[in-house]
Design a protein around this ligand. Structure first.
Ligand SMILES: NC(=O)c1ccc[n+]([C@@H]2O[C@H](COP(=O)([O-])OP(=O)(O)OC[C@H]3O[C@@H](n4cnc5c(N)ncnc54)[C@H](O)[C@@H]3O)[C@@H](O)[C@H]2O)c1
Length: 357
C-alpha cells in the first residue's frame, strides 16, 4: 500500500517546504498538498509542488467534505492556518477560529474515521502575553536580554522559555486557537487513539515564506532591503530592540523525520521547537545583517505604539525536544539569511509583485 501523506496548508511556506522535502526523500509516497490558497503568494507553490511530484488539492480545512475528497492519510501534517498573531483584532475572529480551531477538529475527525497520525504545528504564542512582557528584560547593546544567570518559572537567561512557562492569561486569538487545538488533540488521542505530536514552533524562516508586516518578518526585512520600500520598528517605543530566535524550515523537516521514526514514543508529547539563544536576533541587528548582505542602507522608521499582541522577547528552550529526539538545529542564523537573500534575488520577477511595496 502506498503511504499517503496529506499536508494541510500545503501551498504555504512550511507546508510546501515539507511536502517537497518528503516527496524528494520518499519518491514512492503519495504526498498531497491541501490548501485553499488564502495566503497571497501561496499560488506560486502550485507549479513548484507539481514539478516536485506533489499532488495539489484545492480545499478548505473548514469544510470536512473537502478533506474527505482528499482521501485518507497515513500521516496528516496540519500546516493550514491564519498564522498572524495580529489577526482578528480588527476584522473579528471568525475566519481565524474557523480555520485554526475548526480546521484542526476537522482534521482530527478525518483521522478518527479513517485512521492515520497527526503532526500538529502549534506556536510559541500559546504562552501568555502579559507574562512574557513581565520578564525582567534589560537593554544589552542593540537588543533586549534577560539578565545573565537570571531564571524564573519556565524560563532562564541561559536557555530561554520552556514548556513549563505558566500558561494562565490571554495570548491573542491566534495563540488561543492553537492552545485550544492542542487540548482537543489530547482528547482525541486519549479517547479515540489518534496518535499525535505537537510542536510549538517559534519563528520559522526560509525561502518561499511570503513575509508581510503581520507575519514573516525575516523575509519582509530582507525583501525591503533587496527590492526597496519602507520598514519601521514597531512597538515598545520603536527602538527595534525586540528579540526572537529563528529556525530554518529545513531544520524543522529534520526534526519531523526524526519524530516519525519513533512516532509511538513522541505521540502525546508537546515540544517547544526553536532556533534557541544561538539563533536569536533583534530587529536592529537584523537590519545590520540585511545591510551587510544586500549593500543597501534603508532608513528604518519608528512606530512607538505597542500593538496588543506584541511581545518584546521570545527565545525558545529546545532542551526537552533535544533530549527526547537527539535532534539539534544544524543551520546557523547566517544560513537562514543567506538562503532567503539568494531566493529573493533569484526569484525577483515572480516575487517582487508580491513582496515588493
Ligand atoms: N512561520 C512561522 O514562523 C510559524 C511559527 C509558528 C507556527 N507556525 C505554524 O505553522 C503552520 C504553517 O505556517 P506558515 O508559516 O507556513 O503559514 P502560511 O500562511 O505560509 O501557510 C498557511 C497556508 O494555509 C492556507 N490556508 C489558510 N486558511 C486555510 C483554510 N481554511 N483551508 C486550507 N488552507 C488554508 C494558506 O493559503 C497558506 O498557504 C501554521 O499552522 C502556523 O501557525 C508558523
Amino acid at each position: 500500500m502506498t503511504f499517503r501523506l496529506i499536508i494541510t496548508g500545503g501551498a504555504g511556506f512550511v507546508g510546501s517546504s515539507l511536502a517537497l522535502a518528503f516527496r524528494r526523500d520518499h519518491p514512492k509516497w503519495k504526498v498531497i498538498a491541501f490548501d485553499n490558497l488564502k495566503r497571497r503568494g501561496s499560488e506560486l507553490a502550485i507549479e513548484r509542488l507539481r514539478a516536485g511530484g506533489v499532488e495539489f488539492h484545492h480545499g478548505d480545512v473548514r469544510c470536512s467534505d473537502d478533506l474527505e475528497a482528499a482521501g485518507p492519510a497515513d500521516l496528516l501534517i496540519e500546516c493550514s492556518a491564519e498564522p498572524s498573531v495580529h489577526a482578528g483584532y480588527q476584522e473579528g475572529p471568525h475566519y481565524l477560529v474557523a480555520t485554526n480551531l475548526g480546521g484542526t477538529i476537522n482534521c482530527l475527525e478525518h483521522l478518527r474515521r479513517h485512521g492515520g497520525d497527526l503532526m500538529f504545528l502549534s506556536t510559541s504564542r500559546v504562552y501568555p502575553i502579559a507574562a512574557l512582557r513581565a520578564l525582567p528584560l534589560e537593554r544589552q547593546e542593540d537588543r533586549l536580554a534577560l539578565p545573565v544567570d537570571s531564571s524564573g518559572a519556565g524560563w532562564s537567561a541561559a536557555a530561554g522559555i520552556s514548556e513549563a512557562f505558566p500558561i494562565a492569561g490571554a495570548r491573542s486569538m491566534y495563540g488561543a486557537t492553537k492552545l485550544a487545538s492542542e487540548l482537543l488533540i489530547e482528547e482525541y488521542r486519549e479517547m479515540y487513539g489518534v496518535r499525535a505530536v505537537v510542536n510549538r514552533c517559534g519563528v520559522l524562516a526560509g525561502p518561499w515564506q511570503m513575509g508581510k508586516v503581520d507575519q514573516g518578518f525575516v523575509v519582509l526585512w530582507m525583501a525591503r532591503h533587496v527590492y526597496g520600500g519602507t520598514l519601521a520598528y514597531s512597538g515598545f517605543g520603536g527602538a527595534g530592540l525586540q528579540v526572537r530566535d529563528i529556525l530554518h524550515v529545513d531544520d524543522l523537516y529534520d526534526l519531523i523525520i526524526t519524530q516519525l521514526r519513533a512516532f509511538d514514543l513522541h505521540s502525546g508529547a508537546t515540544y517547544n521547537v526553536a532556533g534557541g539563544a544561538d539563533r536569536s536576533i533583534s530587529l536592529r541587528e537584523l537590519t545590520q545583517r540585511c545591510q551587510r548582505l544586500t549593500g543597501r542602507h534603508l532608513q528604518v522608521g519608528q512606530v512607538p505604539e505597542t500593538r496588543p499582541a506584541d511581545v518584546p522577547f521570545f527565545v525558545g528552550d529546545n532542551r526537552s525536544v533535544q533530549a527526547a529526539t537527539g535532534w539539534q538545529a544544524r543551520r546557523p542564523l547566517d544560513r537562514v539569511l543567506e538562503d532567503v537573500h539568494r531566493w529573493l534575488v533569484d526569484q525577483r520577477a515572480r516575487l517582487e509583485p508580491i513582496l515588493g511595496t
